[in-house]
Design a binder for this molecule. Structure first.
Ligand SMILES: CC(C)(COP(=O)(O)OP(=O)(O)OC[C@H]1O[C@@H](n2cnc3c(N)ncnc32)[C@H](O)[C@@H]1OP(=O)(O)O)[C@@H](O)C(=O)NCCC(=O)NCCS
Length: 191
């Protein structure tokens, strides 16, 4: 595994623009997920989001955590709705000021805190679309110039999704998770 390094500089051609990603996401949904839609989370969705998080991921949080992210960064908090209205996926983010991975100064970075899609509704383009909506709003609504996330080194579907979205592996975070598994820290510049 070759980790991306700041000194190499960013090959912009390598990293798809968020607007290109957004258009792709809409196209993929039309082709593979007719009747589904991505929309901003509402307060009434937060319990469904918590349930999906419990079912799909080992990293779980109390209700107030979801609510706090929704209150502070609601414009980047999205849900995927199946035909009929059931919530089947979500993405939630936090905006942080930190040293840039692509720029040599402090930047506003959109941290992808959690994303998941219920198993029955996967491989339809919903994960890609949730990320596309979140990246666009992190840039447009919160002025983020980078985005970053952590992912388990064994989570092949998620790593593949993030690579498709232009994220680069910056470093390994050893024993990042409570069960001792390592994480890749991945990031990309915006837009
Ligand atoms: C990761 C996750 C959100 C992807 O959601 P999804 O709706 O299935 O993703 P999409 O259909 O939009 O797939 C987008 C890309 O992701 C990758 N991908 C998704 N599932 C994959 C799988 N099972 N194997 C390999 N690649 C996969 C592919 O590159 C795919 O592109 P393609 O459709 O052109 O092949 C979903 O698998 C999930 O909820 N996993 C459990 C929770 C989780 O691990 N969250 C991430 C924590 S960091």
């Amino acid at each position: 595994m070759i980790l991306w390094r700041k000194s190499r500089g960013v090959n912009e051609k390598d990293i798809p623009n968020i607007y290109e990603i957004f258009e792709n996401a809409k196209k993929r949904l039309q082709e593979r997920a007719q009747g589904y839609r991505i929309r901003n989370a509402e307060e009434k969705d937060l319990e469904d989001v918590r349930q999906i998080n419990m079912i799909t991921l080992p990293e779980n949080y109390p209700s107030y955590f979801f609510r706090e992210l929704w209150i502070k960064y609601g414009k980047s908090f999205y849900v995927a709705e199946a035909p009929g209205g059931k919530i089947v996926g979500y993405i939630m983010c936090r905006v942080e000021t930190k040293p840039g991975y692509f720029k040599h100064f402090l930047v506003r970075s959109g941290h992808i805190v959690s994303i998941a899609v219920l198993e029955k509704h996967r491989r339809k383009g919903l994960g890609y679309a949730l990320m596309a909506y979140a990246l666009k709003s992190l840039y447009e609504e919160y002025n983020c110039s980078e985005s970053y996330l952590e992912v388990r080194v064994t989570n092949k579907p998620a790593i593949s999704l993030y690579e498709k979205l232009g994220y680069k592996t910056i470093k390994i975070l050893h024993h990042y998770y409570l069960d001792g598994e390592d994480a890749f820290l991945m990031a990309r510049p915006l837009p």
